[in-house]
Design a binder for this molecule. Sequence first.
Ligand SMILES: [Mg+2]
Length: 255
Amino acid sequence: MVALGLRRLTLLVVVALLVLDEQAADGAPWQFWPPGGDPGCCLSWRVMVEANNAKNWRAVPARCVGYVWAYMAWGQYGRDVSAAADEIAAYAASQAPAGQDGLDAWVMDVDDTCLSNLPYYQAKQFGPYDPAAFKAWASRGICPGIPPMVGLFRTLKAGGFRVFLLTGRDEEALSASTAANLAAAGFAGYDRLIMRSAGYRGQSSVVFKSAVRRRLVEEEGYRIRGNVGDQWSDLQGDYAGDRVFKVPNPMYFVP
Ligand SMILES: [Mg+2]
C-alpha cells in the first residue's frame, strides 16, 4: 500500500516537472526549478552578450527568461562577479600603492556594478527597459549592494586610489536617492558620485562617460588606472582607463 502511494507520488512529481519544463520551453517565466527550454542555447546567448557580440538587444529572449533568472539568482552570477572582483583586485594590488600626488584613480559604474537591480528586473520578468518604472524603482534607494564589489571598492580605497562612481542615472531626479542607497549598501568614502547632468540627457552612455573621463584626465589631471562596468558602453570611448573590466550582466543592454 505504502509502495503504491510512493509510486503515485513519484509519477506525480515527474509529470509536474515535465509540465514545468514544457512551459519554460515556451518562454514562460520559471522561478522554481532550473531553466528548461534550451540551456545550452541560452548559455551561447549569454556568452555573446558578455563578449559584446550581441548588441542593441531590447530584452532577454523569451526562451531564456528562466535561464537568466536561474543564472542571476541561484549562485553562478555571484561566483562570476566574485571571480571578476578577485581579478580586478589582483591587478589593482600590482599597481598599488597609488602615487602620493593623489591622482591615481579608478572609475566604477553604479547600476549592476556596485548596486544590484536584480529585484526590479525579476519583478518585470526581465522585460524591456521602461524609463518611468526604472526611475520609480531607483528613487526608492533600496538596491542591494553587490558584495564582491563592495569588497573591491574598499580594496581600491585602501590602496590609496581615488574612486569615482560614474553613472548614467539622471542627476536631477536621482542624486539624493542614489547617494543614500550607496551609503546604505557600504559604498562610503568614494571621492565623487558623477551623474548624468541635464546637458547629457538623451546622449549615449559612451558619449556622456567619455566626456566625464576627459574632464577628469585633461582638466583635473587624474590618471585612470582602471575602469569597472557591467556594460561595454561604460568601458569604451575616450580615456577609458589603463585597464577595463567587464562584470557580467545578461539582464539588459545599454548603448
Ligand atoms: Mg551599469
